[in-house]
Design a protein around this ligand. Structure first.
Ligand SMILES: [Zn+2]
Ligand SMILES: [Zn+2]
Ligand SMILES: [Zn+2]
Length: 139
C-alpha cells in the first residue's frame, strides 16, 4: 500500500482510483487548489465525482476549505490536528499577487477575537496578500 492509500485507509475511506488520484494531486501541490484546478487536471473525471470527493475529504478532516477572497473556494491539506469531528485550521493563508497561488501559513495562528455580545462565531478567515517566497526575487 502506498502513502496515499494509507491516508485514505487511516481516515476510513474506501480506496477508489479517483480518490487516490485527487488526493495525490492535492498533496503534491504546495499551494491550495480550486475545484476547477482539479477539473482541469482530471478532464476525464465526472464533475460530480470531483465535487463529491472534495466534500468527502473535507468532512473527514483531510482537506480544508479556504475562502481567499476570490470567487472560487480553494482546498489544502489539513494539519494532523484535524479530524472527522473538527477542523483546526485556524491559521493564516497567504495569497500571492504575482502567481495567484494561495498557501497555508500554519505557523501563524489566527488571533482569538472576542465578538461583541449577541454575535455567534461560525468561522473566520485571515488572508494576507503580497508576494510569495518563490516570486520574491530579492531573497
Ligand atoms: Zn482541517
Ligand atoms: Zn507567488
Ligand atoms: Zn490552510
Amino acid at each position: 500500500m502506498n502513502k496515499i492509500q494509507n491516508i485514505l485507509k487511516d481516515y476510513g475511506l474506501r480506496l477508489t482510483p479517483n480518490r487516490e488520484a485527487i488526493l495525490n494531486y492535492i498533496i503534491e501541490k504546495n499551494h491550495a487548489v480550486s475545484n476547477s484546478d482539479v477539473e482541469q487536471t482530471f478532464v476525464d473525471m465526472d464533475r460530480v465525482t470531483i465535487y463529491r470527493t472534495l466534500n468527502t475529504f473535507m468532512k473527514k478532516g483531510i482537506i480544508h476549505e479556504i475562502a481567499d477572497g476570490t470567487n472560487a473556494s480553494k482546498y489544502a491539506i489539513c494539519s494532523e490536528k484535524c479530524s472527522v469531528h473538527e477542523h483546526h485550521d485556524e491559521h493564516v493563508h497567504f495569497r500571492c499577487s504575482k502567481c495567484n497561488k494561495t498557501t497555508c501559513i500554519d505557523t501563524i495562528s489566527i488571533p482569538n477575537i472576542q465578538l461583541p455580545e449577541g454575535y455567534i462565531f461560525e468561522k473566520s478567515s485571515y488572508i494576507i496578500s503580497g508576494v510569495c517566497k518563490s516570486c520574491n526575487k530579492n531573497i
